[in-house]
Ligand binder design. Structure first.
Ligand code: FES
Length: 70
């Protein structure tokens, strides 16, 4: 799904930025992908996808740490 029409940024682009590039700051995401950097209409949706991806990454990291400690 395209989240940002102005810059053609998809939800997959945002999730990839979090999972592969370890971006955890929305301002950095904006710099890297240009999401929400034009008209701003996509800001809330982009933020929602970003927060969800960060939460999933944190949960995955916690699960990895728990299995490594076991
Ligand atoms: S739709 Fe994302 S900045 Fe315009």
């Amino acid at each position: 799904m395209i989240v940002c029409l102005c810059n053609r940024v998809s939800d997959r682009d945002i999730r990839k930025a979090v999972q592969v590039h370890a971006i955890r700051d929305f301002e950095v995401l904006k710099d890297q992908t240009r999401v929400a950097s034009c008209c701003g209409c996509c800001h809330d949706c982009a933020r929602e996808v970003f927060d969800e991806a960060c939460a999933q990454a944190a949960a995955a990291s916690a699960a990895d740490n728990a299995s490594a400690a076991a």
